[in-house]
Design a protein around this ligand. Structure first.
Ligand code: PLP
Length: 493
């Protein structure tokens, strides 16, 4: 008797759990049904079905591409491409020498109840709720594009070269090698004005905000202006450390600077999260003129498609701006590696807070990132993902135009997400729930708002291949078709 989730395959006595499999029965596809066009999509859909139906269990190794191709009488290239799509979608993992395996999620159900409940209360974006097969949560880059080969190569040369002292407790503000490379990069690409010694290496923008909030609290600051809508994660971070986020509305020119009443203001000037607007030159000037501390969250600076990047505000007022960025959107959020460049008067307290938190970031990833920056591999990687993301954005845009023509789309020139505004008169949490019922996870705009405003949906596109985005747009079109206005009584503007 086989345990649940395993199937016995034709011509094979073992199970699919963990071991290699041959044959194609688990697919429920027949060679004679193969379409003349769209073979890859056909096979990918069959594989997805097999995973969803647990005919392929967690951790199962997929058949060798050669074997499956022969079984289905298709070319091996089609199988290779279909496996790659599963990897892109996070449904499978591929490793040299170990073939392609169904992503192992078996550990998740064993999580202790209290831990599960704590994670649920944090409302983290993982794992996606049951029934979701296209996750458009914003803020996630294409993780399948992580430059594994370059990282390994860089890590190897770093390990060949470093001495024992490079692995000891170091400067809590980060290794000098990384700070030197970073400052050159940020000066060149973001117009930042600072020295290597002004950088504090942190574990992401989140930690930069945590350190700033702690430091502001010591100075008696208890509130900071934040964009509304704005990044919920960033606002939560400030609030957690005792700095109350005071919402200031955002319009098509960015945050409404004349409505800021707090000394400190946290904002995303280059690409406002989540609306995607760029802070206008007039507002930039007004912001710089008004005094007070500006916390500049440059979270997705590298992802520009249709226009030149806007320089960082920090370059215009280094003594007024605390600038934060990270590799979360360029490499992977799991790296937890970022930087903070604060006005010099704040640096001693920030270094003390960093030291008090964790004594400094891990040395090895810092040295590897320094190597990637120096070799040009980081920049080459960015160029690659930028063109890939542009194609993904275009696929989603085309799909939305076709299937959801009533939606107003904004924030498309940059970033990893776009925003759609719907004038159906409906609450966006209800719209997101309807999308979820069709298997598509999106963020309601209200989730990122503190005060009520027009309903919208935030759609992250970077982590999905173009055909899945087309599919997502089609499902959104079906899910979000407005209900009859007559019955709801809403005005038909
Ligand atoms: C606007 C914004 N700021 C900050 C963060 C956190 O970034 P990090 O991973 O660098 O801590 C995110 C994450 O999604 C974000 O969207």
């Amino acid at each position: 008797m086989l345990p649940p989730g395993m199937v016995r395959l034709k011509g094979q006595s073992g199970s699919v759990e963990g071991g290699p499999i041959s044959g194609s029965d688990f697919l429920q596809l027949r060679a004679e049904d193969a379409p003349a066009k769209g073979l890859t999509a056909w096979l990918t859909a069959g594989l997805r079905d097999a995973i969803a139906g647990r005919r392929l269990a967690s951790g199962a190794r997929l058949p060798a591409t050669r074997v499956l191709a022969a079984d289905l009488k298709i070319s091996r290239g089609v199988v290779v491409e279909a496996y790659q799509r599963l990897i892109d979608e996070g449904l499978a993992t591929g490793r040299t020498g170990d073939g392609t395996r169904v992503t192992d999620i078996s550990g998740k159900s064993e999580m202790p109840h209290d831990r599960r409940r704590a994670l649920d209360e944090l409302r983290l974006p993982f794992p996606p709720p049951p029934g979701i097969d296209i996750d458009l949560s914003p803020g996630v880059p294409d993780l399948s594009a992580f430059p594994r080969v370059q990282w390994l190569k860089a890590e190897k040369s770093v390990l060949d070269e470093i001495t024992g002292s490079d692995l000891g407790y170091g400067d809590p503000g980060g290794t000098p090698k990384l700070r030197a490379e970073l400052i050159a990069w940020l000066r060149r690409t973001r117009g930042v004005r600072a020295e290597a010694d002004d950088i504090i290496v942190v574990s992401g923008v989140a930690q930069a905000l945590a350190l700033l909030a702690q430091t502001l609290r010591q100075d008696g600051v208890t509130a900071a202006a934040v964009e509304d809508p704005g990044s919920r994660g960033a606002t939560d971070q400030m609030a957690h450390w005792g700095v109350r986020p005071e919402p200031v509305p955002v319009d098509e020119q960015g945050i409404q600077v004349d409505l800021i009443t707090q000394d400190a203001a946290l904002l995303t000037p280059a690409h406002q999260f989540p609306t995607g607007v760029v802070l206008s030159p007039a507002r930039r000037r007004a912001l710089l003129d008004r005094g007070g501390l500006i916390i500049e969250d440059d979270y997705d600076a590298e992802h520009r498609y249709d226009r030149a990047p806007v320089a960082a505000l920090q370059g215009s007022a280094p003594e007024r701006v605390a600038y934060a960025g990270s590799v979360s959107k360029s490499l992977a959020p799991g790296m937890r590696l970022g930087w903070l460049i604060a006005p010099r008067r704040l640096q001693p307290a920030l270094l003390e807070a960093k030291h008090g938190s964790d004594l400094g970031n891990p040395a090895l990833p810092q040295l590897v990132l320094a190597r990637l920056l120096a070799s040009g591999d980081y920049e080459r990687h960015l160029r690659l993902v930028r063109s890939r993301q542009r194609r993904r954005r275009d696929a989603l845009l085309a799909g939305l135009e076709r299937h959801l023509p009533r939606a107003r789309v904004t924030g498309v020139a940059a970033g990893l997400h776009l925003l759609i505004i719907l004038d159906t008169g409906e609450d966006d949490t209800a719209l997101a729930a309807r999308a979820a019922a069709h298997g598509v996870l999106v963020h309601p705009l209200s989730w990122h708002r503190q005060r009520p405003g027009p309903p919208g949906l935030v759609l992250g596109y970077a982590a999905q291949p173009p055909d899945r985005l087309t599919e997502a747009a089609q499902r959104l079109g079906t899910a979000l078709t407005p209900p009859s206005r007559n019955r709801s009584g809403a005005p038909s503007s």
